[in-house]
Unconditional design. Structure first.
Length: 223
């Protein structure tokens, strides 16, 4: 399933921070497209988060810059669509500055989880999915009954279905958890950083529980 929309909060202001994050990610990706293959690899190793280097105290800035790098079209499209669908409601509850801080810290927590599981990895980790996972974790707590409209691919056929956020995001997390457990004991040298997703999601759950009372008020009375 691939999300295309959700139930927006009545009277919510424009999600400026969410759109701003999408814009920055897209601009960085467009810049990546201008680089040669060799230059792109160097770019990833310079600004992507390499666990082995970070644990030596090197390239600590990459914990932030890695959140805005993506490995291909499917990578960035998937992350940005999820962020647009689920980020606006979370931004409304947290406020613009609070949401931005939450997003960035969520990305850091996600990277810390990945590094803890893969401390010797010398391949850079990159992408917004760790920070995005924090947004999803907060969303499932604050808006569990929100209706998510999603594309369902059945071979050559595509249909649209509606499912609650609790089911949609709950299944997403269970999949990440099982995939993450499957990587334990095998030092990841590439692919999906499942433990970054798991760490970010759990961080989002915690913050979501703290703010769920405010979310209820906003859902009831509007933004």
């Amino acid at each position: 399933m691939f999300p295309i929309s959700d139930d927006d909060i009545r009277g919510a202001p424009p999600a400026i921070v969410t759109w701003g994050l999408v814009a920055v990610n897209v601009l960085v990706f467009l810049y990546q497209l201008t680089l040669s293959e060799e230059a792109l690899v160097n770019f990833f190793y310079t600004f992507g988060a390499v666990p082995a280097l970070i644990l030596q105290g090197e390239q600590l800035y990459s914990l932030f810059t890695a959140m805005f790098l993506h490995g291909g079209w499917l990578h960035i499209i998937g992350n940005m669509v999820f962020l647009l669908v689920f980020g606006d409601n979370v931004e409304t509850v947290m406020g613009k500055f609070g949401y931005l801080v939450f997003y960035l810290i969520g990305g850091l927590v996600a990277s810390a989880a990945f590094i803890a599981i893969n401390p010797d990895t010398t391949v850079p980790s990159l992408g917004a999915s760790g920070a995005l996972a924090a947004v999803l974790g907060a969303y499932i707590v604050m808006f569990p009954r929100s209706q998510v409209r999603a594309l369902v691919f059945l071979g050559f056929f595509v249909t649209i279905t509606r499912v609650t956020a609790f089911i949609f995001l709950g299944l997403w997390f269970v999949l990440q958890l099982f995939q993450g457990i499957g990587t334990l004991g095998a030092n990841q040298t590439g692919g999906v950083a499942y433990w970054a997703h798991i760490g970010g999601f759990i961080f989002g759950l915690i913050i979501g529980f703290v703010l769920r009372g405010r979310a209820r008020e906003i859902k009831r009375f509007g933004a």
